[in-house]
Design a protein around this ligand. Structure first.
Ligand code: NAD
Ligand code: DAU
Length: 350
């Protein structure tokens, strides 16, 4: 089987390829990635010389480039991770989110439609987010039937892409599946996201910026459990259907940060009080969703998927990974990263 994986140099895509490329030598994987600031080829070192892996630097907003890579590889399966993924960046600059997440997805769908509409031996798997459902109050869970109500330019662009993917199935018979997952954490996540940002800032004794009062709740899932879930849905899910994925690990941000301070302190032999003292409450994110929580009954019952990691096991592995991979960390914390930190946090801390 020939598989195009878009966005395979990013956090989840790279974890997905690192799991599957060595395990499935009879499958050929092509990583189609623009290599934006969020990509890191260092995340792919373990697989980049394997014979069943190729990389093509392609911007999915470029229709001709997308067509060329489809002509070259004629995929049976497309697993679509590529996206602008960070909510705060979408607030400060939404244009790239509209282009990549909506137009880019549209270009991939057109490439599939022109080659394999109604051919159920092929599949377009769209990787999406629970943020399309908006915000929950203190109770309730997101189900696959929950109405879309996105709050940020990021989540609105992902919601639009989900609708277009579903429309291609209903209108053109394109074989598709969609997964909507909660917050991922784990190795190789770019340190703009809460968990790696807090680990690395704690190691450097920098402020730990907590939006608002830190009372927003996220459901955390270890990244390899998300990758397993996607592969399971590809194998066992029904065409045209949507599956929610979650870790059943709801936590307030303040509790996540406290836990990280304690684990970083234990792993490095420092006083936890010193790290906890770095916490700083800063101006809240505009449109900040209060709570995300997932009902994952459908994927459990129809596909037999369950997460393997608890938050306790996953978060310790994550801290240990960042401690043992300082080269990866210094690669991503380039000049552009420093500019982002000044732009996003500069005005918030006063
Ligand atoms: P990421 O930001 O770490 O990686 C995104 C990748 O996409 C990068 O390699 C980047 O170079 C590539 N990319 C961006 N624009 C591109 C373009 N125009 N053409 C080709 N490649 C492009 O993202 P991630 O956290 O790995 O998320 C992957 C997918 O999973 C996204 O679709 C995201 O919406 C979804 N998702 C993420 C989470 C999470 O917690 N991170 C949770 C649920 C769903
Ligand atoms: O729910 C799935 C989504 O999870 C994915 O679709 C997104 O791609 C991914 O970025 C993530 O979105 P969040 O906005 O939830 O993740 P982030 O790591 O940016 O923030 C997690 C929580 O922590 C959120 O409530 C905001 C808060 N936060 C974040 C940062 C970066 C802080 O308090 N301080 C920070 O510095």
């Amino acid at each position: 089987m020939k598989v195009i994986v878009t966005g395979g140099a990013g956090f989840i895509g790279a974890n997905f390829l690192n799991q599957l490329v060595p395990a499935l030598p009879e499958h050929h994987f092509v990583n189609v990635d623009k290599l934006t600031y969020a990509a890191n080829l260092g995340s792919l070192q373990a697989i980049d010389s394997l014979p069943n892996y190729d990389l093509r630097r392609v911007d999915i907003t470029d229709r001709d480039a997308v067509d060329a890579v489809f002509e070259e590889f004629d995929p049976d399966l497309v697993v679509h991770f590529a996206a602008e993924s960070h909510v705060d960046r979408s607030i400060l600059g939404p244009r790239e989110f509209i282009r990549t997440n909506i137009e880019g997805t549209f270009n991939l769908l057109e490439a599939c439609r022109s080659r394999w509409s109604r051919d159920d031996s092929r599949l377009f798997h769209h990787v999406s987010t629970d943020e399309v459902y908006g915000s929950l109050g203190d109770t309730g869970l997101f189900e696959e039937t929950t109405a879309y109500d996105p709050s940020s330019p990021y989540s609105a662009s992902k919601a639009a892409s989900d609708h277009i993917v579903r429309a291609y199935h209903r209108t053109y018979g394109l074989p598709i599946k969609i997964t909507n997952c909660s917050n991922n954490y784990g190795p190789m996540q770019f340190p703009e996201k809460l968990i790696p940002l807090m680990i690395l800032n704690a190691l450097e004794r920098k402020a730990l910026p907590i939006y608002g009062q830190g009372l927003n709740v996220r459901d955390w899932l270890y990244v390899t459990d998300h990758c397993d879930a996607i592969w399971t849905v590809i194998q066992k899910g029904s065409v045209g259907r949507t599956y929610n994925i979650g870790g059943n690990n709801e936590m307030r941000n303040i509790d996540v940060v406290d836990t990280l301070c304690k684990i970083v302190a234990e792993e490095t032999g420092v006083d936890p009080g010193e790290l906890l003292g770095l916490k700083q409450f800063v101006t809240d994110r505009p449109g900040h969703d209060l709570r995300y929580a997932i009902d994952a009954t459908r994927i459990k019952e129809e596909c037999g998927w369950e997460p393997k990691e608890t938050f306790d096991t996953g978060i310790r592995k994550t801290v240990q990974w960042y401690l043992s991979n300082q080269d990866w960390v210094s690669d991503v914390r380039s000049g552009d990263y420093r500019k982002w930190m000044d732009l996003n946090y500069g005005d918030r801390t006063g």
